[in-house]
Design a protein around this ligand. Structure first.
Ligand code: OGA
Ligand code: NI
Length: 355
C-alpha cells in the first residue's frame, strides 16, 4: 500500500478553531447522507442494557437470564450497553481525560505523531486513501495494544505524562472484559466456550487496538458527519462515549437512532469478524457519528480483533453451509484502510454465491 496520503492533511480541530462559519466542500455530504438535524434528546433511544453483575450471581436462573439477554441483544441489535462490567470507572475517566489533554496540546506537539496509511498508527484526520473523497469531521489517534509485538509505546503520546501508563492499564482491563463477552457469545452460538477466542489467536495473542476520536465543534453540523456509516471490521468494539454530548447513531430497522449513553457504561458493538464466524447469526451493525455546533466530543473506541494472520471463516458443522469465504484479518483490514468507511459493503463482498 502507498505510504503517503493522497492530499495534504488538514486537522479538523484546526479548521474548527479558525472560526470558519462555512465548512469546506470536502466535508459536505451529499443530501441523502446528511444527518439533517442536530442530535436532540427526543431522538435518543435506549439500546439494550445488560447488567453484568448477574453473570456472577449464585442464582443459576439470574445467570441464565443475563446470558439470554446478551444473546437477544446480539441477534436483534448487535449493539448494547454494559453496566457493572468490572472496569474501574476512575480508570475510564482518567484515560479519557488524558486523551482530552492530548487533543488540547499545541498542533506542533501532536504533529510529531502524524500517521501514515501503511499502519494508521498515530494522529490522523482521514481513513482511506482515495483522492478527492469526502472527508469526515474528525481527528483521531490510533494505536496498537496487542499482540505485544505490535505494541510500540514510543508511538503512543508522551504527553500528557500519564497517557502511556493509563492506556496500558485501560487496554489490559478491556481485553479482559472482551474475553468474558467472547465466552458468552461462544456459548450462545452453541460453540465451545473458548471457540471464538481461539479463532482470534487465543487469550494472550489476539489483536487489540484503540482509537481516541476527537469530534470538534462544527459550524454546519447538519451538512456533515463526524464519522460516515460503517461497520467495525474486527470482533468486538467497546465504546466509551462522551457523557456530555451524544452523537453516535446506530442503524436499526432502517432508521438512524441516536444512542443515549448511560454514565460509566460501555457501548458494545459487534464487528464483521463475528458476523463471519457466526455465519450471520450475529450481524455487525452500521453506525455513524453526527457532530455538534456547541460542544466538541471525545470518545474512546477499543477494538478486540483477530490477530492479523488468523484465517477467519464461518464456524459451521457439516449440516450448515458457510455463507462467507475465509480471509485473514490483515487482508480484510486493508480494504477499509484503502476505501475508508463504506457502510457494510465489505462484509457483503465476502458472501459466497450459492450454487
Ligand atoms: C469508531 C466508532 C463511535 C464514536 O471509532 O469506529 O464507531 O462514538 N466510533 O465515536
Ligand atoms: Ni465504528
Amino acid at each position: 500500500m502507498s505510504n503517503c496520503w493522497p492530499e495534504p492533511i488538514v486537522r479538523v480541530q484546526h479548521l474548527s478553531e479558525s472560526g470558519i462559519q462555512i465548512i469546506p466542500d470536502r466535508y459536505v455530504k451529499k443530501l441523502s447522507d446528511r444527518p439533517g438535524f442536530e442530535p436532540a434528546p427526543e431522538n435518543e433511544v435506549h439500546i439494550p442494557v445488560i447488567d453484568m453483575l448477574d453473570l456472577y450471581s449464585d442464582d443459576v436462573a439470574a445467570r441464565q437470564k443475563t446470558v439470554g439477554m446478551i444473546d437477544s441483544a446480539c441477534r436483534e441489535w448487535g449493539f448494547f450497553q454494559v453496566v457493572n462490567h468490572g472496569v474501574s470507572h476512575e480508570l475510564m475517566v482518567r484515560t479519557r481525560e488524558a486523551w482530552v489533554e492530548f487533543f488540547k496540546l499545541p498542533l506542533e506537539e501532536k504533529q510529531k505523531y502524524g500517521n501514515l496509511p501503511s499502519t494508521y498508527e498515530g494522529y490522523g484526520s482521514r481513513i482511506g486513501v482515495e483522492k478527492g473523497k469526502s472527508l469526515d469531521w474528525n481527528d483521531y489517534f490510533f494505536l496498537h495494544c496487542f499482540p505485544l509485538e505490535l505494541r510500540d509505546q514510543t508511538k503512543w503520546p508522551s504527553l500528557p505524562v500519564s497517557c502511556r501508563e493509563l492506556v496500558g492499564q485501560y487496554s489490559k482491563e478491556l481485553v479482559k472484559l472482551c474475553g468474558k463477552l467472547m465466552k458468552i457469545f461462544s456459548i450462545n452460538l452453541g460453540l465451545k466456550e473458548n471457540y471464538l477466542q481461539e479463532a482470534f489467536g487465543g487469550e494472550d495473542n489476539m489483536g487489540a487496538c484503540m482509537r481516541a476520536n476527537y469530534y470538534p465543534k462544527c459550524p454546519q453540523p447538519d451538512l456533515t458527519l463526524g464519522l460516515s456509516p460503517h461497520s467495525d471490521p474486527g470482533g468486538i468494539t467497546l465504546i466509551f462515549p462522551d457523557d456530555n454530548v451524544s452523537g453516535l447513531q446506530v442503524r436499526h430497522d432502517d432508521n438512524w437512532v441516536t444512542v443515549k449513553p448511560i454514565p460509566n457504561a460501555f457501548i458494545v458493538n459487534l464487528g464483521d469478524q463475528l458476523q463471519v464466524l457466526s455465519n450471520a447469526k450475529y450481524k455487525s451493525v452500521e453506525h455513524r457519528v453526527t457532530v455538534n455546533s456547541m460542544k466538541e466530543r471525545v470518545s474512546l473506541a477499543f477494538f478486540y480483533n483477530p490477530r492479523g494472520d488468523m484465517l477467519i471463516k464461518p464456524a459451521v458443522g457439516e449440516e450448515e453451509s458457510p455463507l462467507y469465504q475465509a480471509m485473514t484479518f490483515d487482508e480484510y483490514r486493508l480494504y477499509v484502510r484503502m476505501k475508508g468507511p463504506c457502510g457494510k459493503s465489505q462484509v457483503e463482498s465476502l458472501k459466497l454465491i450459492s450454487k
